[in-house]
Design a protein around this ligand. Structure first.
Ligand SMILES: *Cc1c(COP(=O)(O)O)cnc(C)c1O
Length: 396
């Protein structure tokens, strides 16, 4: 072995010169970035020169993706996290401290609910819940030490709508931070920061990336100080995202508008179809006139109903089993926002830990399904759902 044969180990790596540029963002998996001198490294850390140092603190693929998401959310300085829950953690753990109180909407995503119920109290942060559709209920649940309100615009899986504008006014009046998880609604339907919220959160895993092949999150704040506090915690706690995931999500995001439009059209049409089928007890879709929050949905979501539809079959668990077996062309899988339609049965998955009584209080019976409507042709969706609902109805 001669001392000269080390060409493969040469660091730092330099791309070959090219006067033309790639049209696709290069993938940059490098964990470390070599600086040219201690003076320059100092200047980088001081923020006087821009340059990456270590991937947990930032890398090009995260920044490219965050910039795209910032534009969609009319945000500045938003950052990407390794999952939607990492984004929720950056907000709750990055900003709250002992003695603070957090008020949550009472139908939050399961793990967000769990963080409020189990993890924050362990760290000395108290929490409680109220109906985010009612400003009065939320107001009544505030305490002198309430520092933050966390809501989702449209709840999972019952698709109830939060009174976003009323809660913005309440939070401003009381000097409380309002954090909005915009995962279900997406910036196509709602831009929480423009509406007056302080923080917006996404599980990019869902509709934004859209292909069920990455787990990522995003968070942005109106105040640079709030943003910095969350970002520093995210870097310290290691909540930041991998370059490859960011690169994939950027690719997915390029078609987000088209996917959203198509999925929303399909959802609206499928909601109508389901409403006409025998054995379907109720259909929940925000654009339907029989939706319990129809007027509020119009105020908050405008013309957008989104891609999520829930419905309830007569006949309980037996009908639910027959339905899923008959709908074998659809993925029976507890996620949402994929290019393909997915079905979820909350009583046996997301809401299985609740008592039957708590489930029923939310309206989640054994016949309750949530559909994340995908991009298939509406004819094929109609025929799969009609056949499967009829098959379940005949077994009753
Ligand atoms: C999925 C989801 C999350 C969590 O996101 P992950 O990327 O799975 O960590 C948070 N909030 C909502 C509303 C979600 O649907």
């Amino acid at each position: 072995m001669t001392g000269r044969n080390i060409s493969n180990l040469m660091r730092p790596f330099r791309l070959p010169d090219s006067v033309s540029s790639p049209v696709v963002t290069p993938l940059s998996p490098s964990v470390v970035y070599a600086s040219r001198s201690p003076d320059e490294l100092d200047a980088q850390y001081d923020g006087d020169l821009s340059g990456y140092t270590y991937a947990r603190e930032g890398h090009p693929n995260a920044d490219v993706l965050a910039n795209l998401l910032d534009r969609m959310e009319s945000a500045q300085g938003g950052f990407v996290t390794g999952s939607g829950m990492a984004a929720v953690s950056a907000v709750l753990m990055g900003l709250m401290g002992q003695g603070d109180h957090v008020l949550g909407g009472d139908q939050l995503y399961g793990r967000s609910l769990r963080m409020l119920q189990q993890d924050l109290p362990r760290l000395g942060v108290t929490t409680s819940f109220a109906d985010a559709g009612s400003v009065e209920a939320m107001r009544a649940a505030l305490r002198p030490e309430t520092k933050l309100i966390l809501i989702e615009v449209v709840s999972n899986p019952t698709l109830r709508v939060a009174d976003l504008h009323g809660l913005v006014a309440l939070a401003k009046e009381r000097g409380i931070l309002l954090a909005v998880d915009n995962t279900f609604t997406t910036p196509r339907a709602v831009q929480p920061l423009l509406a007056g919220a302080d923080i917006v959160i996404h599980s990019v895993t869902k509709l934004l990336a859209g292909h069920s092949d990455v787990t990522l999150g995003y968070v942005a704040a109106k105040s640079p100080e709030v943003r910095q506090q969350m970002f520093d915690f995210a870097v310290t706690a290691g909540l930041t995202a991998s370059p490859f995931d960011c690169w994939l999500a950027e690719r997915g995001l390029l078609t987000f508008d088209l996917r959203f439009e198509r999925a929303q059209q399909n959802a609206q049409a499928l909601a109508e179809t389901l409403g006409d089928l025998p054995g379907v007890k109720q259909v929940l879709y925000p654009k339907r006139t029989d939706h319990p929050d129809h007027d509020l949905a119009h105020t908050v979501l405008g013309a957008n109903g989104g891609n999520m539809v829930s419905f309830e079959l007569e006949g309980g668990r037996a009908a639910a089993n027959s339905f899923v077996q008959a709908a074998s062309e659809l993925a029976f899988a507890p996620t949402l926002g994929d290019v393909g339609t997915t079905l979820s049965h909350p009583a046996s998955s997301s809401h299985r830990a609740l008592s039957e009584q708590s489930r029923l209080a939310l309206g989640i019976t054994e016949g309750f399904f949530r559909i994340s409507v995908g991009l298939e042709s509406i004819e094929s969706l109609r025929s799969v759902f009609s056949d499967a609902v009829l098959a379940a109805d005949q077994k009753r």
